[in-house]
Design a protein around this ligand. Sequence first.
Ligand code: SAH
Length: 387
Amino acid sequence: MASDHQRLGKRKSSRTSSKKGFSKGSKLKMNQLEKVSKKLKGKKLKKQKSAQVEPAPGFNSQSLVRREMSWRAGEVFSRLHQLQPPRAGASAAPATVRQPAEATPPPPPAPVPLKKPRCERLAFLTPPAAADADGGDGATPATAPSARGKKKRRKLKLVKRKLRREEEAAAETSESKLESARFRYLNEQLYTKTGFEALQMFSHDRESFDAYHQGFRNQVAKWPVNPLDLIIQNVNKMPPSHLVVDLGCGDARLATAVRQRVLSFDLVAINERVTPCDMAHVPLADGTANVVVLCLALMGTNLGDFVAEANRLLKMGGQLRIAEVASRFESVDDFVRDMKEYGFHFISKDLSHEYFYLFSMKKNAPVNGKRKDLPEIELKPCLYKRR
Ligand code: SAH
């Protein structure tokens, strides 16, 4: 078996002989490379000496250097061989030269064939970049996106957007349809029951009361003017010492918007400002209030009881403010006449608003025990139409 030294020597000689098959330019390059490799050898030697690396048994520093040189030479030859093939008749790179694995650059990766979508549905789901790459038809891979692909992508985007909007609108419509149907039902209940029955119904079903109020707010939000805002303006012009009673107050917004003290009553206490009760029986002494407000609250089948209670609560000369849905009035004059019977002197009316009428009155006589002899106050129920 040949020693390492012998083998390396053999490689060197075969390398020298192989130079014959190359052009003058190549030979020059080889010489330069050999010089570089000698320099490297010198550097490596120095490094080894300074590190005092012990060579493995059977090797000395010289043999290591030779081995290194020979390996580098082999690398150089193989590179040159690739760059410039030998002229006709010249021998190929010597078989004896060891070809290090790294010497040959790996072949470029084969292009990955682009898959054509199996059907139109899959093509629809293909992300835009991939859909574009096959130029739209998927048959011939294209490097630049074709105009046809772009057009198709834009169209798909529009279709997707339209579908999403339609789905959202459908979900929204069915939800709001359900909400307004529930509101209409609860509203009808309030107009067809007495105050006492309404109290019974809602005091056991807080959730329905909340649903009713949500519907009410949505409804009034569509009006150009909320009558409560006009009442707030009016009350704020009154003396701050006035005590205000708000019957059928809802969320008691009036109490937070005026400078006077306000006592708020409704069937259910939506918040801490509200005292729950049927407004036919308010837990306050006779003649306590300077002002009583009934804003969109004359619901139920016993309106006379509510108006008589307002009269009881007011001081003599006290103010009554009523706002009601315009369509509920068969005759405004009849209403004003009936109110006189209940001890109220007519001050003014505002019929200028599209959805509601406003009345200002003041107490000029007590009702007391006369209630049974008084006519019922009648207003048409306010039933909201289906959208
Ligand atoms: N005044 C408020 C709320 C109007 S909604 C506003 O303008 O924002 C009508 C309100 O009257 C409802 O909250 C309803 O619960 C209340 N209501 C109807 N009948 C009632 C009764 N018998 N006793 C007390 N509140 C009543």
